[in-house]
Design a protein around this ligand. Structure first.
Ligand code: MSP
Length: 686
């Protein structure tokens, strides 16, 4: 029995789980379940990354302590993993004591290896990225290349890690690449980053409250990535003694497979920094770092900051977790980017699950029940063309699963379903039942049909942990097997002859595509559908679809790969890879002010637009708002509203609008926002 340790990245706690997080965790869960069925000794870890300035700020912006924010987001992640049936063995939080012990031990070892020194860190610093930039990387005016906001010259004393000393050893690791970086196509980008020259890495920060104190360096905290990466061993007990470190010894030190699954945006941290830290500490390296691509929607990475989230809750609620799991694994070529579309989801569901799997299963069960008195046929059959087809499908499935090629694994199983259908159509058991009754020939044909579906459903156990057992029960196998190579596993002949067949339940009811797509405008799945403040004027005329519900995809290109800032690309990755927070400076770029309405009249020929004249504290502005259906002009005069004061003017139905009035959108209708009491016109809203 081999040990098999696998991990997901630990997720930031400044946003709720979205499809990107779910994808990595579904992949890990599928692998874990597959390896258990292969008989491996599996340990599957996930968790949360809770330190750092971004979290500190996100908490401050919500009026919470970082701990409070972390606790609430962790609860949401745990709930999501419960709903999606994840079978992780442990959930680590970087705020736990056991993790701090692991980090302290890691630092102690790196220090003992002579790889730490004190240095002065100077450069142009972007606080949102938590990263330094060289002059070459900056935009004109010393602005951050990611956020385009001003950077500051900073100079602080930090602890440095001699990353440069590991350049050769890392290149060696990639040279005799026994699959350390996967897929192989990603190896080049890692190698050329290292070949271009590694600079030493600052591994501490001064004056950051929310982090692990750097051992022996008062006032400094451990660099967030050194902290975060260490979770993979601290969770196993690294840094503790005796029994408490037993898992560490079993799954890391003496383990056979140590697999990290990561998104491509964080590959560098796992394939360069992490092995260098481990080499320095004299610890074994992961055996493989597997980088998958991104889910894109309308060509942009699904993330909080791009606002194109696929909210998994709705999909799960409507179609169940397993349909989503199947779709994610079937649709993405592991390693490449994939497009998420509602239409793609519905098509895949209807053709693969409702039709190929669901219909085949219920068709053969219905026939067997009618012919054999509600039971599986009384004979088994060990000589028929489906046996070879099943063996081939299973071999293809295993080969693909070993390479984490889920798409191919599923295709291989679906080939068996197609063969099974062909086999039934050719032999027409429904006609034979009529002409010869429950003959031996009919028994064999239907046995084979049931058995082929049983094999497919068994192989689907890792992918659809909830529905595959129900398909199995439908075809007469009420207990899923513990192992693929045991009784009732993937060998032909597991269906017991003459056992009860329950009436088939509709496991994959067909989705009415047109009705679904008509009801689900792209944004109602993509975006948070809670009522939200929306623009009631400005460029959103109210004549066309309001902007907050217009389809996304405004011509943006594919999300870029990460860039680095002075060797500390974490924050860059964070920003681009979409933990979704904007910094306070960016928020303040929008100038919100209270304005008093001094005049209001309808815009000619429009039944939605009103022209408002507002006083912004000594300055009069004309603003067009799409609120005519809800507000009579005369009721608005004297009222105070909130406007975006620095919006480019726009012309709506021939009338210039010099700003935008804010309103909550409630069932599509605007409800104006007013200050809680009368305030001086022009007051800033912040
Ligand atoms: N906290 C770090 C990881 C530290 S691991 C020691 C982090 N967290 S994250 O929450 O921002 O992202 C976690 C993972 O989710 C990354 O692997 C990232 O690539 C993945 N995804 C986030 N959005 C994604 C998509 N749209 N599509 C697929 N996965 C993406 O990075």
């Amino acid at each position: 029995m081999s040990t098999f340790y696998l991990t997901t990245p630990i997720y930031y706690v400044n946003g709720l789980p979205h499809i990107g997080h779910i994808y990595t965790t579904v992949v890990a869960d599928t692998i874990a379940r597959y390896r258990r069925l292969r008989g491996d000794d599996v340990f599957f870890l996930t968790g949360t990354d809770e330190h750092g300035q971004n979290i500190e700020r996100a908490a401050a912006a919500r009026g919470m302590t970082p701990r409070e924010l972390a606790d609430s987001i962790v609860a949401a992640f745990q709930e999501m993993w419960r709903r999606t049936g994840m079978s992780h063995d442990d959930f680590v939080r970087t705020t736990e004591e056991r993790h701090a012990l692991g980090v302290a031990e890691m630092v102690r070892r790196i220090e003992a290896a002579g790889d730490l020194y004190i240095g002065r860190h100077e450069g142009w610093y972007c606080a949102s990225c938590e990263s330094f930039y060289t002059e070459k990387e900056l935009l004109p005016g010393n602005r951050c290349p990611v956020h385009e906001s001003a950077t500051e010259w900073q100079s602080e004393e930090n602890v440095y890690f001699r990353l440069s000393a590991y350049q050769e050893r890392l290149l060696e690791l990639y040279r005799d690449n026994r699959g350390f970086v996967q897929p192989r196509t990603r190896l080049n980008e890692v190698r050329s980053f290292v070949e271009s020259g590694l600079r030493d890495l600052s591994v501490s920060r001064a004056g950051l409250g929310w982090g692990i104190p750097f051992p022996g360096r008062p006032g400094q905290t451990v660099y967030v990535w050194l902290d975060a990466l260490t979770n993979y061993i601290s969770a196993l007990g690294f840094g503790r003694e005796g029994e408490e470190a037993a898992r560490y010894r079993r799954f890391w030190e003496g383990g056979d497979v140590r697999l990290h699954l990561v998104g491509k945006d964080i590959l560098r941290f796992h394939a360069v920094y992490w092995p260098a830290f481990l080499m320095s500490a004299g610890l074994p390296l992961p055996t493989t770092v597997w980088a998958h691509g991104w889910w894109l929607r309308d060509q942009r990475k699904v993330s909080k900051s791009t606002g194109n989230l696929v909210r998994p809750d709705e999909l799960i609620e409507r179609f169940g977790t397993d349909a989503l799991r199947y779709f994610l694994l079937r649709e993405m070529i592991f390693g490449q980017d994939s497009q998420f579309s509602d239409e793609g989801f519905v098509d895949r569901y209807n053709s693969d699950l409702a039709n190929d799997l669901g219909n085949t299963a219920s068709r053969v069960v219905t026939l067997a029940r009618s012919a054999f008195d509600g039971k599986t046929p009384p004979v088994s059959c060990d000589d028929n063309p489906l046996i070879a087809a099943a063996a081939e499908a299973v071999a293809g499935y295993h080969a693909a699963m070993e390479e984490l090629a889920f798409q191919r694994a599923l295709e291989s199983l679906w080939r068996l379903l197609a063969e099974t259908n062909g086999y039934l159509v050719e032999r027409e058991p429904w006609k034979l039942i009529k002409s010869e009754g429950p003959s031996e020939r009919v028994a064999r044909i239907l046995y084979n049909g049931l058995e082929a579906v049983r094999i497919v459903a068994t192989a689907l156990l890792p992918v659809m942990p909830e529905l595959a057992p129900r398909v199995l029960a439908t075809v007469g196998t009420p207990e899923p097997p513990e192992r693929f190579d045991g009784p009732g596993g993937l060998e032909w002949g597991g269906t017991a002859a003459g056992t009860l067949l329950p009436a088939p339940e509709p496991l994959f009811p067909r989705i009415d595509k047109e009705a679904y797509l008509a009801a689900e405008s792209p944004d109602s799945v993509a975006a948070d559908t809670r009522p939200q403040a929306r623009r009631a004027g400005g460029a959103d005329s109210g004549e066309g679809p309001p902007q907050d519900r217009a389809p996304a995809g405004r011509g943006a290109g594919t999300a870029p790969l990460e860039k680095t800032g002075g060797g500390q690309a974490r924050a860059t990755a964070r920003a681009e890879e979409g933990d979704g927070m904007i910094n306070i400076d960016r928020f303040f770029e929008t100038e919100l002010r209270v304005a008093t309405v001094t005049a209001a009249e309808p815009v000619p020929k429009s039944n939605k637009l009103l022209k408002l004249t507002v006083d912004l504290g000594g300055e009069s502005r004309q603003v067009v708002a799409g609120i005519a259906k809800e507000y009579a002009p005369e009721t608005l005069v004297g009222k105070q509203v909130v406007v975006v004061a620095n919006l480019e003017p726009a012309t709506l139905m021939g009338v210039e609008s010099q700003g935008m009035v804010l309103a909550a959108s409630v069932d599509g209708a605007p409800v104006l926002l007013h200050p809680g009491r009368e305030v001086p016109a022009g007051s800033r809203v912040r």
